[in-house]
Structure formats: C-alpha cells, structure tokens
Write a protein that binds this ligand. Structure first.
Ligand code: SF4
Ligand code: SF4
Length: 98
C-alpha cells in the first residue's frame, strides 16, 4: 500500500485549502478615501497572503471569498481601516490535513 505524499510546496499546500464563501463579506474597508489619499503603498495588497486586497484605480476591491483568516489585516493596516470579523459559522476557509 502506498503512503500519500505529504504536501511540501506552497502550491501543494494551497491545493489542500477549500473555501465555503458566505454571501456577505466578513471584511470591510471602512473608508476608501483613506486608502486613496493617505496610503500610497497600499500595504494590505502586500502583506495579505491570499491576495484578497486589489487596488482598482480609486478603491480597494476585497475578494473576501479567498481569505485565509490569518488576521494580519486587523493589525497590518496603519490606519485601522479594515473591519475584520470571522466569517459566519460554517463559512470561510477549510483546511484539510495531508
Ligand atoms: S493598508 Fe489600510 S489604508 Fe492602506 S490601502 Fe489597505 S486598507 Fe487602505
Ligand atoms: S485575514 Fe489574512 S488572508 Fe484574510 S484578508 Fe486579512 S490578511 Fe488577507
């Protein structure tokens, strides 16, 4: 009997992740003008490991469906401009072990 190969690369580990997205976002950018005028580096687009935040010309798009629930954006936004909650029960990321 063969032993399943353990996921080692990021790509293999990402393959083990599944999402059950809610209809409503659990992440909210509170003030898009703050992003536009005070945050030239848009650092949430850098520190989020799931690339949830994408700057679209004048506002931040939030692809909450792919959030890994790491919590970094609760502390990483220098303007405390992201309201972060856990997804509603039964929704969000699902980790499978391998
Ligand atoms: S880090 Fe905060 S203020 Fe900066 S772009 Fe992201 S949400 Fe906006
Ligand atoms: S909790 Fe983590 S994965 Fe989710 S949006 Fe924030 S930084 Fe990205």
């Amino acid at each position: 009997m063969s032993v399943p190969k353990k996921a080692q690369t990021i790509e293999e580990k990402q393959y083990l992740v599944r999402f059950k997205a809610d209809k409503n976002s659990h992440l909210h950018v509170l003030d898009h003008d703050t992003c536009l005028t005070k945050c030239p580096d848009k650092i949430c687009t850098i520190f989020c490991p799931a690339e949830v935040y994408k700057w679209e010309e004048i506002r931040m798009h939030v692809g909450y469906e792919g959030c890994h629930e790491c919590g970094s954006c609760r502390i990483g936004c220098p303007y405390e401009n992201i309201k972060w909650e856990y997804p509603k029960g039964g929704h969000g990321i699902v980790f499978r072990l391998a």
